[in-house]
Design a protein around this ligand. Structure first.
Ligand code: FES
Length: 243
């Protein structure tokens, strides 16, 4: 069966809406309740712009603006939209839902900015890292890490948690993560401009005090594992497909 994808784009599916925190909380609640992938419309947009970048700020590598973006996308199961009612009625099984993918346009995300998109009911953190963030992650010795595994869905399970193994080798500035704390599942802070980012400049989970670095690796606190890197690939230099 051919599994086609209805990808978000800047004109339609990818929405930059000024929605409230309630949208993200709704998405999180939905994920926690196991609601992901129910029915063929496996992914619904929940997002907002938290800190829309000013043009003058976007060019400043020292200025981090954060966008939280909701992508409305659909996992179109089947070869054509005409199959939609039938598929919806069939309520595809987990193996079919597992194929759900989204495409994300990275072009609007300038260096130092971050966005959040929803994929299969989970928040995906995407950060366009600055050179200093990359350098900080790259120079960290493996021995300093709590979790030595890359946990990159694009690499073998045995891959070590070097920064190189956490990103696409041709696009090392782009960090793509499942943004769920590996302790008890809170959504860590670090995407918004005003957020605390922890002792290592990445993300901070205030629930119990877990600190993640600029490679999304757990460095301090009770969380046991690095943020997973979802399976994804670059479709073009400025667009990725997740899933
Ligand atoms: S859930 Fe993040 S530290 Fe406990």
């Amino acid at each position: 069966m051919n599994h086609s994808i209805v990808a978000p784009d800047s004109d339609s599916s990818l929405l930059f809406n000024r929605m409230g925190d309630a949208a993200m909380e709704l998405a999180t609640a939905r994920w926690r309740s196991g609601g992901e992938g129910v029915g063929a419309k496996a992914l619904v947009a929940h997002a907002k712009i938290r800190e829309a970048p000013l043009a003058s700020e976007a060019d400043n590598p020292n200025r981090r603006d954060f966008l939280t973006v909701a992508a409305t996308s659909w996992a179109a199961v089947g070869a054509a939209a005409t199959l939609w009612p039938l598929v919806q009625q069939m309520n595809p099984d987990a193996s079919t839902q597992a194929l759900a993918s989204i495409e994300v346009d990275l072009a609007p995300v300038k260096e130092g900015q971050a966005i959040t998109v929803m994929w299969r009911g989970k928040p995906i953190f995407i950060r366009n890292r600055t050179k200093s963030e990359i350098d900080a992650a790259a120079k960290t010795p493996i021995g300093d890490l709590k979790d030595g595994k890359a946990r990159n869905g694009n690499l073998p399970e045995t891959a070590a948690a070097t920064d190189q193994n956490r990103v696409n080798k041709d696009h090392a500035n782009w960090l793509v993560l499942v943004g769920i704390c590996t302790h008890l599942g809170c959504i860590p802070k670090g995407q918004a401009l005003a957020d605390a980012k922890g002792d290592f400049g990445g993300w901070f989970c205030p629930c119990h005090g877990s600190h993640y670095d600029t490679s999304g690796r757990i460095r301090k606190g009770p969380a046991p594992e690095n943020f997973p890197v979802p399976p994804f690939q670059f479709v073009t230099d400025s667009k990725i497909r997740i899933g």
